[in-house]
Design a protein around this ligand. Sequence first.
Ligand code: ADP
Ligand code: NA
Length: 315
Amino acid sequence: SQEPIIFSGIQPTGVPHLGNYLGALREWVKLQDEAKPGTKLLFSIVDLHALTVPQDAAQLRQWRREAFATLLAVGLDPKRSTVFYQSQSKLQLPEDTTLEQAEARAQLRLGLFSYPVLQAADILVHRATHVPVGEDQRQHLEFSRYTANSFNHLYGPIFPIPEAHISPAKRVMSLKEPTSKMSKSHADEKSRIILTDPPSVIQKKIKVALTDSQPNITYDPVQRPGVSNLIEILSHFEGQTCPEIAAEFDGASLRALKEHVASRITHHLTEIRERYVSIMDDKTGYLDSIAQQGAAAAQANANVTMRKVRDAMGL
Ligand code: ADP
Ligand code: NA
């Protein structure tokens, strides 16, 4: 029987937002903290995926570092979890630089049009059994499952069929357009809380979050997406259900709800922000050394897979 291998990734688009945190990162930490002995945990900054769109090199360098520091700041522990840059964990290839160059080129070109293919390659090469992601990624995972099944059908049971592990915070919505998900790609920065936003910025963003003009507080995601999104965010921090929270705020003002939401987010993110700042300020090479260890461990794990694959194929 197969020991669990938990694998997931995040794009290096700077410091992650509250949607990334509730939909993914917080769940990764929970899985880490609750993992049974023997469970492998691997978390990747998918900096090759980032090349699917043109990137400024200095900007990408900064963003991938920020994403890495955030993963440590939210509570991933390098003693228990392998945290690594996708680009630093190269597969072992025959000592033929032509081949390496060809592969690097192929990866870049592939990256231009084929995000799910790259994602499947990562998931399969790490023999992931569980992939914790937000609901928006469930579809992508189907391609990995399909690929694993196809290979196994031809060559025997080499790849586990990876299962999506969807966080209870399936989809945190934009603060400005609460009918679409909170995302890095929205132009309006007030549409999302960044994990390192200071309290004053969090208060401001929640204060101007789009709601509606009904005076009372009710939970109704269809008719009242803005208010309901705030209630949902609160429920992820408080562990209460949305109807319970709505009932508690029955008769209260929208302003009171917003103040409470802002104060709970602030409370929760303060420690993360402080850890983040100390990691980014570190001058001893801490982050780079964790990244190197992570890359080596990820590569070793991937090499095990490649040996199995070559064996199965008679290579
Ligand atoms: P983004 O979607 O902002 O570009 P990524 O694609 O890097 O971020 O996603 C990283 C993780 O965060 C994925 O598991 C994704 O499912 C999750 N995620 C992203 N946005 C949200 C959201 N608004 N609500 C819940 N989970 C999210
Ligand atoms: Na996404």
